[in-house]
Design a protein around this ligand. Structure first.
Ligand code: IDP
Ligand code: MG
Length: 154
């Protein structure tokens, strides 16, 4: 089972879309193993987006993600990384497919509503950056697990 970190970004929280966004990941079958509201501080923002440090939009990106509260989720599931990225849609919302979160709910790259980890390795690292071990309930079984996962339960 893979893990992905999802961030419901400040614009989505401010627009009252938190429930709408969580609903889509839940309906996909991904299991919530961690969930909380927080305001990202500059140090955590710079760590999370370190790969973009040299990009021209880095300062604006840190400003955006620290500007208001976010809701972060750790999700678990088979192919969780690819499934979540598909549910999120392309980075530029105006180009994202209808049916995806960004394609249905957004317009601009600098206000693209949601983050999802881009690799199995980054999923593990990002979940650990945002959640302590005690905040993650990895072992819990859902009644539907056997109807979502054919061969295994997380
Ligand atoms: P992703 O969120 O789809 O994985 P990344 O390329 O990893 O996209 O970029 C991280 C975030 O940085 C994007 O979600 C977006 O908020 C922001 N970003 C990326 N490229 C640009 C840009 O060209 N202008 C403004 N913001 C950008
Ligand atoms: Mg990314």
């Amino acid at each position: 089972m893979e893990r992905t970190l999802i961030i419901v970004k400040p614009d989505a929280v401010q627009r009252g879309l938190t429930g709408e966004i969580i609903k889509r990941f839940e309906a996909r079958g991904l299991k919530i193993i961690g969930l909380k509201l927080l305001q990202v501080d500059r140090a955590l923002a710079e760590k999370h987006y370190d790969v973009h440090r040299e990009r021209p939009f880095f300062a604006a990106l840190v400003e955006y993600i620290t500007s208001a509260p976010v809701v972060v989720m750790a999700l678990e599931g088979s192919d969780a990384i690819a499934a979540a990225r598909a549910t999120i849609g392309a980075t530029t919302p105006s180009e994202a497919a209808p049916g995806s979160i960004r394609g249905d709910l957004g317009l601009e790259i600098g206000r693209n509503l949601v983050h999802g980890s881009d690799s199995v390795e980054n999923g593990e690292l990002e979940v650990a950056n945002f959640f302590s071990a005690g905040e993650l309930l990895s072992g819990w079984a859902r009644a539907v697990d056997g109807w979502v996962f054919e061969y295994q339960t997380p």
